[in-house]
Design a protein around this ligand. Structure first.
Ligand code: HEM
Length: 328
């Protein structure tokens, strides 16, 4: 993909641009802001498009329509969410195809995004390449933006955690020049931030389960899962099991200062060979956004909104926050 410093600078710039746009606002619909942020990051890394380009807005609009149709009755009747989703998928796919064609025709202008690498892979057909791009865009923005919403929601309920987070980020900033970009070492030094993110992943369960199929008989404890059977590992059942995570129904980021994050009782990004390839990108995005959020704003969740699982976790009103900018 990109060299890390470029990627990190892109992410941080995208975060500050979003937060600057709140300057004169008293409230924001946070889920929309988070989607804008994670979408702008992923669309830049995958397709090389900047937020200002009209195509970025068009693709985002189509993705939102596509997402709305994901959980609907799959019968094609024009005007239904399903039919609109099918149309949106066709439009996104043709936009991606036209970007691929433009790039081919402009082979002297090199970019450093994911598409550039994909263009020269001979083993994939054109449709497979488009599908690869769509999966990366889709996998890369909705989950991360939901994680951000969860973090912001839990921090609103946990003033001690919000305060400790602010201290951590002020300390990191105090060691840098005013407008110097964050780097990988800064990210690694954000210890409490990592605990907050882990806890939001455990307690918030952005992805609750995955689909698996046994390709041969599998022995699991006293059971045999026959070849061909579908299996649904439910992560949320494990993440909320009080015998594995003490006081499991409480947001407690401090638990991660002692708990092991690499064990089988914590698998927010799946596991094995299909483990999420974007897990570190997602965490960097959240950490960098928080870096600027906690130092520049106070926020409060309005209307006592709570997340619900429907079946994907969501905030039905989009998580409205009242925001107050701190004077620098
Ligand atoms: C909070 C953020 C995220 C969460 C919770 C998450 C979670 C997951 C989970 C649970 C899986 C399935 C793993 C399995 O089947 O074992 C997955 C797969 C995947 N994720 Fe993520 N993900 C996140 C962010 C991202 C990002 C930022 C990207 C893109 C860069 C991404 C791209 C993908 C792709 C392409 C797959 C399919 C991998 C495969 O089937 O081989 N995800 N993710």
């Amino acid at each position: 993909m990109k060299s890390k410093p470029d990627l990190l600078i892109d992410i941080e710039r995208t975060a500050t641009r979003i937060l600057d746009s709140w300057k004169d606002k008293n409230s924001v619909i946070f889920c929309e802001e988070a989607r804008k942020y994670t979408f702008n990051v992923i669309v830049k890394q995958v397709l090389g498009l900047t937020p200002e380009e009209p195509r970025t807005k068009e693709i985002l609009q189509d993705f939102l329509t596509f997402m709305r149709g994901l959980i609907s009755v799959p019968i094609y009747i024009p005007g239904t969410p399903y039919a609109r989703a099918v149309q949106a998928r066709i439009r996104i796919s043709s936009t991606v195809k036209s970007i691929i064609e433009e790039r081919r025709g402009n082979s002297c202008k090199k970019s450093s995004d994911f598409l550039e690498i994909l263009l020269y892979v001979d083993t994939l057909s054109e449709d497979e390449k488009v599908s690869f791009v769509l999966d990366s865009l889709l996998g890369g923005y909705e989950t991360t933006s939901l994680l951000m919403s969860m973090v912001v929601f839990f921090l609103d309920q946990s003033p001690n955690a919000a305060q400790q987070l602010e201290h951590e980020h002020r300390r990191i900033r105090s060691l840098k020049k005013n407008d110097e970009f964050l780097n990988w070492d800064d990210y690694k030094a954000m210890e409490f931030t990592h605990s907050v993110i882990n806890e939001a992943l455990r307690y918030g369960n952005v992805v609750k389960f995955v689909h698996r199929k046994a390709i041969k008989d599998v022995k699991f404890r006293d059971y045999i899962i026959p070849a061909g059977w579908k299996v649904l590992p439910v992560f949320s059942a494990v993440h909320l099991d009080p015998s594995l995570h003490g006081n499991a129904l409480h947001f407690n980021p401090w638990r991660w200062q002692t708990e092991d994050q690499t064990c089988k009782k914590f698998t927010p990004f799946g596991g094995g060979s299909r483990c999420c390839p974007g897990f570190e990108l997602a965490k960097v995005e959240v950490a960098f956004f928080l870096h600027h959020l906690v130092q520049n704003y106070r926020w409060k969740v309005e209307d006592s909104e709570q997340p619900i699982a429907y079946p994907y976790v969501e905030f039905q009103k989009g998580l409205k926050l009242s925001v107050q900018r701190l004077s620098s």
